[in-house]
Design a protein around this ligand. Structure first.
Ligand code: ATP
Length: 607
């Protein structure tokens, strides 16, 4: 019940439709029961020849139903009841399912908007498959609540109660008997609910985990095939498959008791009622019309309660899905200010940071001047990427201060930070949209000319001109048909359009052929001109052309200064330079095959 209230909180805009759907479903049940009354009234002349039935059973209707046109009237009333029942069912479905689909569409949009506002650092803590499961599977689990589950469950609880109320009015003794069997069945249902909740949650969690693992498997299918792995050798996937199987079985077993118990109790109550009716009828303690009405009520109104046992289990799973949706919605964006930076000078001032217990950076201080390159170098795991991520405020430092243009990052809005920084990384993300739409992600109002200019500067004008529909060519499968270099250059074209004053460049693991590499480097050289560039450097030329090099080791700055100065004195930088040919991750571009492109024409500053 609490879960339903929580859902109603989320479904504020659909509340009226929801209430309408529930009311219509109850009305449908009542209209479905009307023929029972018509049958009894139509049979009154036979059941009550002495005309001893209570006044409420007689009245104008019996006259119509016992007169000359009785069969026709009975048929007409039946049809009317069926029509009303149909209308109520239609309205319930229209209102309920409509509300369900509206709710889930709105909830998905809200979740996506919410995820987009969360810092990347928070999102990185969760598996992307896990988030996909929440947005897709868990929200889908809520879809059927307004249309199916909620109205059915409410109707199933209301109709038997109405039936018992009617029975109490007809014959209190029998009414009490029905009330007792209803109470007992409800008690069994509630007791079974206890265990059902945990099992449903386990089932729901197992399904979510399986989804995550399957997504991982499909995404990594190339590796799976390359290593000839069967799914069985991916331990966590196998565990997830087993957990899904076991939880499904456990849930079904949980059903067994209420599925057998509830109908059995209700059937027992009805049987007892029939026996007692049979005993009391001949003595005249109970009129024949009332007796028939009681029997029909008992048979008709308890049926929904029986079928609801299954719905209760679905409600529990809905509750678990709702919990996961709420957990994501409860993740909070970082608090921020709305200050405006004065320029694009970056300052790290005594910054320390760690993931939980794991300290990653210790008292890092440096400044990156506008129009220059600052190269971060160091062994793997030294903390270079962490510095770049702190700059985009994926996380806040535990101590110290990071500022852009003299303003602490915490005082800048996420939109301002996003507008200030353009990131070039090896994992280029393109969408299955047209080239035009992909470019306009960076600047929605970009003109055709601006787009071609950006493509030219990114050295991919020809690539796009040769596509079948040029700018309107859709990059199917997120641009999978493009080469690595083409993808890179399209991403760089996007950054030309974005025109942010700071560029963060992660050179790691570039694996482009010489021609592509040359074009990408030329594009980057032009992109970096006049901006503040922070580069995670893996190539000697980038370092050589930087205004300053920050050498990191185990999260600390070991050395910093201009490359020329650092090269001239013994120290970590010189050691790294000398180890160039052997150190993993560092690459020398062979001048004979491709001239070493330079980010800078004049060392240290952009032209
Ligand atoms: N989410 C995380 N939780 C715990 N430790 C992490 C996390 N992310 C990174 N680290 C650790 O922080 C340290 C610094 O990582 P970082 O990625 O910044 O190094 P790097 O210098 O960029 O390395 P590389 O050159 O290999 O990319 C590493 O030891 C890494 O294991």
């Amino acid at each position: 019940m609490k879960a339903l209230l929580r859902l109603l909180r989320l479904a504020r805009e659909e509340r009226r439709a929801l209430v309408g759907a529930v009311l219509c479903r109850v009305l449908e049940g009542i209209f479905a029961s009307l023929p029972l009354g018509i049958i009894v009234i139509a049979l009154l002349p036979v059941l009550d020849p002495a005309n001893a039935a209570p006044a409420w059973l007689r009245g104008p209707l019996p006259d119509l139903l016992s007169g000359p046109g009785a069969p026709l009237w009975a048929l007409l009333f039946m049809l009317l009841a069926a029509l009303l029942q149909g209308l109520a069912a239609y309205a319930a479905a229209e209102l309920g399912y409509g509300a369900g689909y509206r709710l889930t569409a709105r909830l998905r949009a809200r979740l996506l908007e919410h995820l987009a506002r969360l810092p990347l650092g928070t999102l990185r803590q969760r598996d992307t498959g896990d988030l996909t499961t929440v947005v897709m599977q868990d929200v889908t689990a809520l879809e059927i609540v307004p249309g199916l589950l909620l109205p059915r469950v409410v109707a199933a609880m209301t109709l038997p109660a109405l039936g018992v109320g009617a029975a109490l009015a007809i014959a209190p003794f029998f009414g009490l008997l029905l009330a007792a069997s209803l109470a007992l069945a409800t008690l069994v249902l509630l007791i079974c609910q206890r265990g059902l909740r945990r099992t449903s949650e386990e089932r729901s969690a197992a399904t979510a985990e399986l989804n995550v693992r399957l997504l991982e498997f499909v995404r990594g299918i190339a590796v799976v095939k390359a290593f000839g792995l069967a799914s069985g050798r991916l331990g966590r996937l196998e565990e997830a498959l087993a957990a899904s199987r076991d939880s499904g079985r456990a849930l079904t077993m949980r059903f067994v008791l209420p599925m057998i118990g509830v109908p059995a109790i209700l059937a027992l109550g009805t049987a007892l009622l029939l026996v007692l009716v049979a005993v009391r009828l001949p003595g005249g303690e109970l009129g024949a019309p009332e007796a028939l009405l009681l029997v029909l009520v008992a048979l008709r109104l308890f049926a929904p309660l029986v079928e609801t046992v299954e719905f209760f289990a679905m409600l529990r799973q809905m509750e678990a899905a709702l919990g996961r949706v709420e957990t994501v919605l409860a993740l909070r964006p970082m608090p921020h200010g709305e200050a405006e930076p004065a320029g694009s000078r970056i300052v790290f001032d005594d910054v320390s940071f760690g993931h939980g217990e794991r300290a990653v950076l210790h008292g890092v201080s440096f400044a990156a001047e506008p129009g220059t390159i600052t190269a971060l170098v160091g062994e793997t795991g030294a903390g270079k990427t962490t510095i770049a991520r702190l700059l985009t405020r994926e996380w806040d430092p535990q101590s110290g201060r990071i500022s852009i243009g003299g303003v602490d990052l915490r005082d800048l809005s996420p939109e301002t930070i996003a507008a200030l920084i353009g990131v070039v990384s090896q994992s280029v993300v393109l969408f299955s949209l047209s080239v035009r739409e992909n470019l306009r992600l960076a600047r929605p109002d970009a003109t055709e000319e601006a787009m071609w200019d950006a493509l030219r500067r990114a050295r991919c004008e020809d690539v796009v001109r040769h596509m079948p529909q040029a700018l309107d060519t859709v990059l199917e499968n997120a641009g999978a048909a493009l080469s690595g270099g083409e993808r890179q250059r399209l991403a760089i074209a996007r950054l030309f359009l974005k025109d942010s004053p700071i560029i963060v460049l992660d050179e790691a693991t570039a694996s482009l052929d010489v021609e592509n590499e040359r074009q990408v480097q030329e594009a980057l050289q032009e992109l970096g001109r006049g901006r503040t560039v922070l580069v995670i450097a893996h190539r000697l030329w980038t370092v050589r052309d930087a205004a300053q090099v920050v050498v990191l080791g185990d999260g600390r700055i070991l050395e910093q200064g201009s490359p020329a100065v650092l090269r001239d004195r013994p120290g970590p930088y010189r050691t790294l330079s000398e180890a160039l040919n052997t150190a993993p991750g560092w690459r020398r571009i062979d001048p004979s095959s491709a001239p070493p492109p330079s980010l800078l024409k004049t060392a240290g500053t952009f032209g």
